[in-house]
Design a binder for this molecule. Structure first.
Ligand code: PMP
Ligand code: PLP
Length: 545
């Protein structure tokens, strides 16, 4: 299907808030069009003269896309044909790794961005200091904007956004993207759906607007469309007289959900999208971890795309978005580096136009340094190199995940248990002190401590709360073992969830430190919990300072 044959998105402008409705286009916009006219002398814009920029050239050494794929993987196989998994054989911890391997991929690519491009250069592709550090319109640096558009529309979503002319605008990352989406849509008295366990910045961003937060029941995969507390249940039983305005916004992290690690299947996405259509809800899809998928649900084997890695990924809500109700947030924070402060929003044109007005009066474009370096990196890699880079990152994080899960499992068991008849701690059987589902994506393992099985749980919770007991556990292990996961209650979508099921949870990130440290800290945490399991009420209370 050609883009132009696709139907226009629905008019969803009634979701736009009062402030955003009042915004108008920048008066300078027309000038930018004139700047492009060949031969035009610009005496209009307040642009500083580029020769007076103190930066002459920008240089960097950057990785080759294959840096994290050890070379000669084929030879590894021939040395040890018995290795179980091809992934493990590539990143093996075994003796294979001691083989001398010429490391051709660690040598960097040197990039140099000149002050001005040679006159012959294609103006749409030129990356130079004079342009990158100058004011531009909200499209940003042309070579970056065009790479992102090509990647997003033709490859990431494979041309499958089902309405005509989806738009893209650069952001300073997904924090900024969410801030702008709420700035566009959030009104005092609104309600916003979030997952039961949510990335807390969603609440911090929306709540000050006077937006109520409505948690949706979830499981290891993500949002549950059905069942008690699921999306349908919440929406069908919404009582406006008691609960206020029915939610018209939903914030969701659909891949490697932060904090649960869940990844939403295509079937779930269809069911959730249908409910959002029925109840007229805008979906804000914040997916910094979209490429870190450890199980795959291919979109369609009938329409193989150019890049098998991308085709193997669970598709975005935006590929189901006939109405244009998805605001998709993407970021380079987890694919390149958080400090780039660079990302983009994909949505229907009406929303993009309004988001442009917001950018014009807030961030303007992301930093020119950031855009110039990232654009040069991406153009030197090419689309294929960029996809290879993403696939290799997925593989290295998958290995960390496997490693952390194995170590958590190894230390999960204790041999003591509370005997309720004698009120004693006795050795009965080997029971897990905590449990988790190996994450389907992202950077986190979401662990439930079976705190109710702690020998002192009953006596402790007579006078104090489960949350206090878990706080003591968290502090005890942090201070005695120097191993620090993030407490689950940080991510609670409500006070009730915080005191209840979030109080049993811990989020472990396997991305942040050296792989060997991830392993050691995971082991120390398991050992710390074992010691905690032997503590009585008084010893536990002492940790609640
Ligand atoms: N305020 C005034 C009065 C200006 O003249 C300009 C730039 N022409 C700006 C703000 C925009 O500043 P910035 O580039 O720091 O966003
Ligand atoms: N959204 C989610 C779900 C995240 O986990 C994070 C980072 O931890 C962010 C947004 C922040 O992204 P950015 O650096 O692009 O602002």
């Amino acid at each position: 299907v050609e883009m132009s044959e696709l139907p226009a998105p629905a008019d969803l402008s009634h979701h736009i808030n009062t402030v955003s409705r009042a915004r108008t286009a920048n008066q300078m916009k027309v000038l930018y069009e004139y700047f492009m006219v060949p031969g035009m002398t610009n005496l209009a814009g307040g642009l500083p003269f580029p020769a007076y920029f103190p930066f002459d050239t920008l240089k960097a050494s950057v990785a080759k896309p294959a840096r994290f794929v050890p070379p000669l993987a084929a030879e590894f196989h021939s040395v040890s044909p018995t290795t179980a998994s091809p992934l493990l054989s590539r990143f093996s911890f075994s003796a294979e790794q001691t083989l001398p391997v010429p490391d051709t991929n660690s040598s960097p690519i040197h990039i140099s961005i000149p002050k001005v491009s040679p006159p012959s250069a294609d103006p749409g592709a030129q990356i130079d200091v004079a342009t990158a550090l100058q004011y531009t319109n909200m499209n940003g640096l042309a070579p970056l904007a065009s790479f992102i558009a090509d990647f997003t529309l033709n490859h990431l979503h494979g041309g499958r956004i089902p309405y005509s002319n989806p738009g893209i605008i650069l952001t300073c990352g997904n924090t900024d993207g969410l801030g702008k989406a709420i700035n566009l849509l959030g009104e005092r008295g609104d309600n916003m759906l979030v997952e039961d366990f949510t990335y807390p910045n969603s609440i911090q961003t929306a709540a000050p607007y006077g937006i109520g937060i409505v948690p949706i029941g979830m499981d290891a995969e993500g949002i549950r469309p059905d069942g008690p507390g699921g999306l349908r249940d919440i929406l069908e039983h919404w009582d406006s007289r008691v609960q206020g305005r029915r939610p018209h916004l939903m914030y969701t992290v659909t891949v490697g959900q932060n904090p649960t690690g869940g990844t939403l299947s295509l079937a779930r996405r269809r069911a959730i999208y249908a409910l959002c259509e029925r109840f007229d809800i805008i979906i804000i899809e914040d997916d910094p971890y979209w490429y870190l998928q450890y199980t795959s649900t291919p979109f369609s084997t009938a329409r193989p795309g150019k890049y098998p890695f991308l085709e193997s990924l669970t598709p975005s809500f935006i590929t189901l978005d006939t109405a244009g109700r998805v605001i998709r947030l993407d970021t380079f924070s987890k694919t390149i580096a958080p400090g780039c402060r660079l990302g983009w929003i994909t949505a229907q044109p009406e929303f993009i136009t309004r988001l442009r007005y917001i950018s014009e009066s807030s961030s303007a474009t992301p930093s020119g340094f950031s855009q110039a370096f990232v654009a040069t990196l991406l153009h030197s890699w090419g689309m294929g190199g960029w996809v290879d880079w993403l696939a290799a990152l997925r593989d290295v994080y998958a290995l960390r995940k496997t490693n952390m899960c194995a170590l958590l499992t190894k230390h999960a068991f204790t041999s003591t248990m509370h005997d309720s008849d004698s009120d004693d701690t006795v050795v009965v059987a080997t029971r897990p002190m905590y449990e988790f589902v190996s994450p389907d994506g992202g950077m986190f393992v979401w662990v439930r401590v079976r705190i109710e099985e702690h020998p002192a749980y009953k006596s402790f919770t007579r006078r104090r709360t489960k949350l206090e007991m878990m706080t003591a556990l968290w502090m005890f292990v942090a201070e005695t073992q120097l191993s620090l996961p993030c407490p689950g209650w940080t991510f609670a979508g409500s006070e009730k969830i915080k005191e209840g099921k979030a109080a049993e949870m811990m989020r472990f990130c396997f991305a942040a430190v050296e792989e060997v440290e991830v392993g050691e800290a995971t082991e120390r945490w398991g050992k710390g919990v074992q010691v905690f399991w032997g503590m009585d009420e008084g010893e536990i209370v002492a940790w609640l300072k």
